[in-house]
Ligand binder design. Sequence first.
Ligand SMILES: [Zn+2]
Length: 163
Amino acid sequence: MSWDVTLRVPGVSWASESWNYTSNTSPMIYEAMRRAGIPLEHWPGSNAERWRMERFANGSKCGKRGPGQKTLDDLIWTPCTMTCCEPSWWQTLDGRPGPEGLKILVAVVEQWDADPDRFRAMNPRNGWGRFDTDEDDPGLRGVFTEMIAAATTEAALVWEASG
Ligand SMILES: [Zn+2]
Protein backbone atom coordinates (compact mmCIF):
# COMPACT_ATOMS: atom_id res chain seq x y z
CA MET A 1 0.00 0.00 0.00
CA SER A 2 1.18 3.48 -0.83
CA TRP A 3 -0.28 6.94 -1.24
CA ASP A 4 -0.08 9.31 -4.20
CA VAL A 5 -0.24 13.08 -3.95
CA THR A 6 -0.38 15.42 -6.95
CA LEU A 7 -0.08 19.18 -6.92
CA ARG A 8 -2.04 20.33 -9.94
CA VAL A 9 -2.75 23.49 -11.88
CA PRO A 10 -6.53 23.15 -12.29
CA GLY A 11 -7.40 22.20 -15.87
CA VAL A 12 -3.77 21.77 -16.98
CA SER A 13 -2.91 18.13 -16.57
CA TRP A 14 0.71 18.36 -17.71
CA ALA A 15 1.52 21.12 -15.26
CA SER A 16 1.49 18.93 -12.22
CA GLU A 17 3.96 17.26 -9.95
CA SER A 18 3.39 14.00 -8.08
CA TRP A 19 4.86 12.12 -5.15
CA ASN A 20 4.20 8.80 -3.55
CA TYR A 21 5.47 6.86 -0.59
CA THR A 22 4.66 3.74 1.34
CA SER A 23 1.75 3.82 3.78
CA ASN A 24 3.98 1.92 6.22
CA THR A 25 5.23 5.25 7.50
CA SER A 26 1.81 6.96 7.65
CA PRO A 27 1.55 6.49 11.46
CA MET A 28 4.25 9.21 11.61
CA ILE A 29 1.92 11.56 9.73
CA TYR A 30 -1.09 10.79 11.95
CA GLU A 31 0.93 11.27 15.12
CA ALA A 32 2.28 14.62 13.88
CA MET A 33 -1.22 15.81 12.86
CA ARG A 34 -2.56 14.78 16.26
CA ARG A 35 0.21 16.70 18.02
CA ALA A 36 -0.39 19.75 15.80
CA GLY A 37 -4.14 19.62 16.47
CA ILE A 38 -5.01 19.19 12.79
CA PRO A 39 -8.34 17.38 12.40
CA LEU A 40 -8.86 14.60 9.89
CA GLU A 41 -11.62 16.10 7.77
CA HIS A 42 -12.55 16.42 4.14
CA TRP A 43 -12.24 19.59 2.15
CA PRO A 44 -15.87 20.26 1.17
CA GLY A 45 -16.64 19.09 -2.36
CA SER A 46 -13.41 17.12 -2.74
CA ASN A 47 -13.26 13.84 -4.62
CA ALA A 48 -12.32 12.14 -1.37
CA GLU A 49 -15.51 13.41 0.24
CA ARG A 50 -17.54 12.22 -2.76
CA TRP A 51 -15.97 8.73 -2.59
CA ARG A 52 -16.85 8.54 1.07
CA MET A 53 -20.47 9.49 0.44
CA GLU A 54 -20.62 6.83 -2.29
CA ARG A 55 -19.28 4.21 0.10
CA PHE A 56 -21.98 5.18 2.58
CA ALA A 57 -24.69 5.11 -0.13
CA ASN A 58 -23.50 1.69 -1.32
CA GLY A 59 -23.54 0.18 2.16
CA SER A 60 -19.77 -0.43 2.15
CA LYS A 61 -18.55 -1.86 5.40
CA CYS A 62 -16.03 -0.45 7.81
CA GLY A 63 -13.96 -2.72 10.01
CA LYS A 64 -13.69 -1.84 13.66
CA ARG A 65 -12.39 -3.39 16.82
CA GLY A 66 -14.82 -4.00 19.62
CA PRO A 67 -14.04 -2.86 23.14
CA GLY A 68 -11.24 -4.88 24.67
CA GLN A 69 -10.06 -6.33 21.36
CA LYS A 70 -6.38 -6.34 20.58
CA THR A 71 -4.50 -5.16 17.49
CA LEU A 72 -4.45 -8.54 15.78
CA ASP A 73 -8.01 -9.58 16.63
CA ASP A 74 -10.43 -9.87 13.71
CA LEU A 75 -12.27 -6.68 12.84
CA ILE A 76 -16.03 -6.41 13.09
CA TRP A 77 -17.45 -5.26 9.75
CA THR A 78 -20.58 -3.11 9.69
CA PRO A 79 -22.02 -0.73 7.07
CA CYS A 80 -20.33 2.66 7.17
CA THR A 81 -22.32 5.35 8.98
CA MET A 82 -20.04 8.20 7.78
CA THR A 83 -19.22 8.89 11.42
CA CYS A 84 -17.72 5.48 12.21
CA CYS A 85 -14.40 6.21 10.50
CA GLU A 86 -12.27 9.29 10.11
CA PRO A 87 -10.88 10.35 6.74
CA SER A 88 -7.29 9.37 6.17
CA TRP A 89 -4.56 12.02 6.16
CA TRP A 90 -4.48 12.00 2.35
CA GLN A 91 -8.28 12.24 2.17
CA THR A 92 -7.87 15.31 4.39
CA LEU A 93 -5.39 16.77 1.88
CA ASP A 94 -7.41 15.92 -1.23
CA GLY A 95 -9.07 18.88 -2.95
CA ARG A 96 -7.44 21.52 -0.74
CA PRO A 97 -6.16 24.68 -2.42
CA GLY A 98 -2.35 24.79 -2.48
CA PRO A 99 -1.88 27.05 0.58
CA GLU A 100 -4.43 25.10 2.68
CA GLY A 101 -2.65 21.81 2.07
CA LEU A 102 0.74 23.45 2.49
CA LYS A 103 -0.21 24.55 6.02
CA ILE A 104 -0.84 20.92 6.97
CA LEU A 105 2.42 19.65 5.47
CA VAL A 106 4.45 22.40 7.16
CA ALA A 107 2.81 21.70 10.53
CA VAL A 108 3.57 17.98 10.19
CA VAL A 109 7.26 18.59 9.44
CA GLU A 110 7.45 21.03 12.38
CA GLN A 111 6.20 18.29 14.69
CA TRP A 112 8.69 15.80 13.25
CA ASP A 113 11.58 18.22 13.65
CA ALA A 114 10.59 19.01 17.23
CA ASP A 115 10.91 15.34 18.25
CA PRO A 116 12.77 13.46 15.49
CA ASP A 117 13.96 10.51 17.58
CA ARG A 118 10.40 9.70 18.60
CA PHE A 119 9.40 9.54 14.93
CA ARG A 120 12.52 7.62 13.87
CA ALA A 121 11.50 5.02 16.43
CA MET A 122 8.36 4.50 14.31
CA ASN A 123 10.40 3.30 11.30
CA PRO A 124 8.65 0.17 9.95
CA ARG A 125 10.23 -3.03 11.21
CA ASN A 126 9.99 -4.65 7.78
CA GLY A 127 12.33 -1.98 6.35
CA TRP A 128 9.81 -0.63 3.81
CA GLY A 129 9.93 3.13 4.21
CA ARG A 130 11.77 5.29 6.69
CA PHE A 131 11.70 8.69 8.36
CA ASP A 132 15.06 10.04 7.15
CA THR A 133 16.59 10.29 3.71
CA ASP A 134 19.28 7.74 2.91
CA GLU A 135 21.18 7.11 -0.29
CA ASP A 136 18.44 5.24 -2.15
CA ASP A 137 15.33 6.30 -0.26
CA PRO A 138 14.10 9.90 0.07
CA GLY A 139 12.39 8.99 3.35
CA LEU A 140 8.99 10.30 4.39
CA ARG A 141 10.46 13.59 5.64
CA GLY A 142 12.33 14.04 2.35
CA VAL A 143 9.15 13.53 0.32
CA PHE A 144 7.22 16.00 2.49
CA THR A 145 10.05 18.52 2.12
CA GLU A 146 9.81 18.21 -1.68
CA MET A 147 6.04 18.71 -1.59
CA ILE A 148 6.44 21.80 0.59
CA ALA A 149 9.03 23.28 -1.79
CA ALA A 150 6.76 22.72 -4.80
CA ALA A 151 3.74 24.25 -3.04
CA THR A 152 5.60 27.35 -1.88
CA THR A 153 4.47 29.43 -4.85
CA GLU A 154 1.94 32.08 -5.82
CA ALA A 155 0.46 29.82 -8.51
CA ALA A 156 -3.14 28.66 -8.01
CA LEU A 157 -2.59 24.98 -7.30
CA VAL A 158 -4.81 22.23 -5.94
CA TRP A 159 -3.84 19.06 -4.08
CA GLU A 160 -5.13 15.71 -5.25
CA ALA A 161 -4.48 12.59 -3.25
CA SER A 162 -5.30 8.91 -3.33
CA GLY A 163 -4.20 5.83 -1.50
ZN1 LIG B 1 -17.07 4.18 8.23
